[in-house]
Ligand binder design. Structure first.
Ligand code: UDP
Ligand code: MG
Length: 321
């Protein structure tokens, strides 16, 4: 038996119906591997019986560890808590809804043994509505032009990270965590493995249209100030055009005298400039909002129950946040 431990991180929000299935699937896969493992469930403030289910399983199976939050802090916070508390030499992150097939675990571990720091499972969009796929692919095309890091459709949290990659992620202390971007930002050696998309069987997806929209905006704003630069360019171009227009009109006035009718030009200028200004203010506001939240330096989550003993190592990470 290899002494290295692999930690599984499972963020779970109202996943009562799925928890036992996830545990089974992982245990079955790990029987074929020669590693010790722990399964760390993070109950993200579930309002159903998720917590009780996990506690019961932890009682029966010592590999089950859990953290439960005082309320719903969101998946990003749950993943972060998992990374901070995982003890393994490698960490595998999986959703609780069985949409991430446990059969990938073997491929992950193989990649890890080959020396990769990130082994990424990339899903296709089979089974997703055509509308959502089209929107997503358009979004990723735009976003990759707009931000410094590379984001790729279908590559999400389902991946293995080496201890080195986990440490790297934990040094990024931002409050607003857009993890897709963070994975890409840390770099390191990556291996990508494709898998077939699986539809969710039990429970409900936690993504609403407005959550998706917010997520999309986060992706663009979290990583650089290019949108601000866009405002600057727009402003400059409009300034140039208006200077030319003013020059021409002034010249015409000198030649022909003042021409009174000008309703159309006036109203177009007012509306157009007003629109541009509002958009720019909105973009600036987004950044200021983020600064506001970052300066508060609030913790990412609060823990209500856990069966993980405090170790000094973990305390060190926490004090950084
Ligand atoms: N999740 C979470 N906190 C939340 C929302 C979701 O921990 O506030 C978990 C959820 O339990 C699941 C994973 O994140 O394990 C992915 O959620 P979901 O299946 O709703 O997303 P999708 O697969 O549709 O992208
Ligand atoms: Mg899901």
């Amino acid at each position: 038996m290899n002494q290295l431990t692999i930690s599984f991180i499972i963020p779970s929000y109202n996943e009562e119906a799925n928890i036992a299935g996830v545990l089974n699937a992982i245990t079955k896969e790990m029987k074929q591997q020669h590693y010790q493992f722990e399964i760390l469930f993070i109950d993200d403030g579930s309002t159903d019986g998720t917590m009780e289910t996990i506690q019961q399983l932890a009682f029966d199976y010592p590999v089950v560890k859990y953290l439960s939050f005082t309320r719903n802090f969101g998946k990003e916070a749950a993943v972060l808590a998992g990374l901070q508390h995982a003890k393994g030499e490698a960490v595998i992150m999986m959703d609780a809804d069985l949409q991430h097939p446990a059969s990938m675990v073997g491929h992950f571990i193989k990649g890890f043994e080959e020396g990769y720091d990130q082994v990424i499972a990339k899903r296709n969009r089979k089974g997703d509505s055509r509308f959502r796929s089209a929107i997503s692919s358009a979004y990723y095309r735009i976003v990759n032009k707009a931000v410094d890091v590379r984001l790729s459709d279908g590559e999400g949290d389902f991946r293995l990270l080496s201890r080195k990659a986990v440490q790297a992620l934990l040094t990024l202390s931002e409050g607003n965590r857009f993890s897709k971007g963070l994975y890409s930002w840390i770099g390191l050696d990556q291996k990508i493995i494709s898998y077939e998309n699986v539809a969710r069987e039990k429970g409900e997806t936690k993504w609403s249209i407005s959550k998706l929209l917010n997520y999309g905006i986060d992706g663009i704003i979290s990583f650089n100030n290019k949108p601000l630069r866009l405002c600057f360019y727009m402003g400059t171009i409009i300034l140039m055009l208006s200077l030319i227009y003013i020059g021409i009109t002034f010249f015409q006035i000198l030649q022909n005298g003042i021409d009174v009718p000008g309703y159309f030009t006036t109203i177009s200028a007012v509306l157009f400039l007003g629109g541009i200004q509002l958009v720019c203010m909105g973009i600036i506001g987004e950044y200021i909002g983020r600064i506001y939240y970052e300066t508060k330096k609030r913790p990412h989550y609060l823990i209500k129950h856990t069966n993980i003993e405090k170790s000094e190592e973990n305390e060190v990470y926490k004090s950084r946040f």
